[in-house]
Design a protein around this ligand. Structure first.
Ligand code: AMP
Length: 256
């Protein structure tokens, strides 16, 4: 499995080129030059994408673009976009593509994204995936790899029932497997943790259905482009982080 991944990722970096330095990579399917790692985390709600994206941000300085967090920030700031999407999030539906893509394009325009990004919860539809590729092509950047977080529905339901979030800084906890140090308070800022409205059992089933119908087809889309790398997301946070840390040099540096 490890070797497979190394081969897969190596191919992403080296096929058809002589130099694979950080500043000059070529992706296999269109021979464009890429400059920095752009990783996509793909997986159902509750599969741990957000937690691991946060670790990559802390450990490797990748910018975390979490569309769910961005929408929640808009909602709590009462922006025009926040007002538009509030009910959509509460019902566990997807926000329309034009609003989502527009928000991501705005975020990608900020200069901090130049050294690499981890996309957490984006893209979630084929149109979003195509828009992202188009946008990165325009900026002469490319997707380095797509990490598929694999986990069963039963585990997701179990995890989401005990997931809590800090409404101030979006830090994620799990009362069973990643509990805060003091009662239900954020370790970082002391704010009282909340259960997300869309983590309530009546919404979770619908979110999983939406994932199956609209997002799961992306797995094949990326597999066909040799970009997909699978990770067993049923394991504990530390184990997955260790695995990601082992893989990162392959995503960041010359894999030769
Ligand atoms: P998440 O925190 O990733 O589970 O996202 C929470 C909610 O935000 C989702 O259930 C959707 O309502 C909305 N959302 C997040 N990302 C997207 C996306 N890429 N496309 C459409 N809606 C999204």
């Amino acid at each position: 499995m490890e070797q497979n991944i190394a081969r897969q990722v190596t191919r992403v970096f080296v096929e058809g080129q002589t130099s694979t330095t950080m500043a000059n990579r070529t992706r296999p399917f269109n021979n464009r030059t890429c400059e920095a790692p752009y990783l996509i985390f793909l997986g159902p709600p509750g599969s741990g994408k957000g937690t691991q994206a946060e670790k990559l941000h802390q450990n490797f300085r990748l910018v975390q673009i979490s569309t769910g967090n961005l929408f929640r920030e808009h909602i709590s700031n009462g922006t025009e976009l926040g007002v538009k999407v509030k009910d959509i999030l509460a019902k566990g539906e997807l926000v329309p593509d034009d609003l989502t893509i527009g928000m991501v394009v705005d975020r990608l325009a900020k200069p901090d994204t130049i050294m690499g990004v981890v996309f957490d919860g984006f893209p979630r539809t084929l149109d979003q995936a195509l828009a992202l590729q188009y946008r990165l092509d325009e900026k002469r950047k490319c997707i380095t790899a797509v990490i598929q977080f694999k986990i069963s529905d039963e585990q997701i339901i179990e995890r989401l029932s005990s997931r809590r979030m800090c409404p101030k800084d979006n830090t994620i906890y799990n009362l069973k497997s990643n509990a805060p140090k003091h009662d239900e308070q954020c370790d970082l800022c002391g704010t009282l943790l909340v259960m997300r409205n869309d983590d309530k059992p009546e919404v979770v089933g619908h979110r999983l259905q939406v994932y199956r119908q609209q997002t799961e087809p992306l797995i094949e889309f990326y597999r066909e482009q040799d970009m997909l790398v699978e990770i067993d997301a049923s394991r504990g946070i530390e184990e997955i982080t260790t695995q990601m840390d082992e893989w990162m040099p392959m995503f960041i540096y010359d894999a030769n």
